[in-house]
Ligand binder design. Structure first.
Ligand SMILES: Cc1cc2nc3c(=O)[nH]c(=O)nc-3n(C[C@H](O)[C@H](O)[C@H](O)COP(=O)(O)O)c2cc1C
Length: 248
């Protein structure tokens, strides 16, 4: 690669163009840790896009969540259905990762994964979990806490079969969260499985399927000016959703 094609466009950002094509963006090459910390300190955003008025407080958190998710999809928030899933190991160590919400209703929030992954192992010893949605374009956050159970096998089968064949094969061959030697190894496994099942006849592996989080807590957060944000909490108490406002 010809170094003369590399340009520093601003402090800490280098772009590399090869034959007129953007090849690479490298950030923080010039920034020292101290400069970065200073820049983070100085990042300050004022919120104020929307408000949750006192007179409009839905009684049902599922309806409210549906409204906000629809809104996020409408304004094309990037990956609006991406959510942080936090689980806790048997010895109390929390861990978080993104998964995609595939369905929700009063029964819960559905996502799909490998049951033998790190999250799967944690959930088998501790079903308590939390979900977090962040929709920056709307200055909104939703926190959800509850208990996770495995989805019905029929639900998992249906979703598995609805996925593109390549994704189905990936779910079969990837031992999620296990150590593997190289990416090439994974590609090889994918290729071998695909060619030995070229007619596409294989079923969902038992270690892959849906989980359903049944919530007992929601918190809706809307950014407001001067850090006086809205926070509306719903808690399920004796089968009824109780609502209150929290200080930001
Ligand atoms: C945008 C995005 C969407 C993802 N969606 C899923 C998903 O739906 N299911 C899944 O198992 N992993 C998904 N992942 C990968 C997970 O974040 C994670 O790497 C993987 O599930 C292994 O996590 P674990 O080792 O904690 O079990 C997604 C990652 C990103 C960045």
């Amino acid at each position: 690669m010809n170094n003369s094609d590399a340009k520093v466009i601003k402090t800490g950002v280098k772009i590399v163009i090869q034959s007129g094509v953007l090849k690479h963006i490298q950030t923080s090459i010039v920034l020292s840790v101290n400069t970065l910390v200073m820049e983070l300190h100085d990042l300050r955003k004022n919120y104020g896009k929307d408000a949750i008025p006192e007179e409009y407080l839905p009684a049902d958190p599922f309806d409210w969540f549906g409204d906000w998710l629809r809104h996020a999809l409408l304004v094309t928030v990037h990956e609006a259905n991406a959510m942080v899933l936090s689980t806790v190991s048997g010895n109390g160590q929390p861990s978080s990762r993104i998964v995609l919400l595939k369905q929700f209703d009063e029964n819960g929030f559905l996502f799909f994964t490998n049951y033998e992954s790190r999250k799967g192992i944690q959930l088998s010893s501790n079903p308590a979990a939390a979900l977090l949605f962040f929709w920056p374009e709307l200055e909104r956050q939703v926190r959800i806490e509850g208990i996770i159970i495995k989805a019905d096998a029929a639900v998992s089968d249906e979703y598995f079969l609805s996925r593109p064949m390549e994704s189905q094969v990936s779910a079969v061959v990837s031992p999620q969260s296990q150590v593997i030697p190289t990416h090439k190894y994974l590609v090889q496994m994918h290729r071998e499985f695909s060619s030995s099942h070229s007619e596409g006849k294989f079923s969902r592996p038992e270690n892959w399927g849906g989980y359903l989080l049944s919530p007992h807590l929601f918190e809706f957060w809307q950014g407001r000016s001067n850090r006086l944000h809205d926070r509306i909490l719903f808690e399920l108490i004796n089968q009824e959703w109780k609502r209150c406002r929290l200080a930001p």
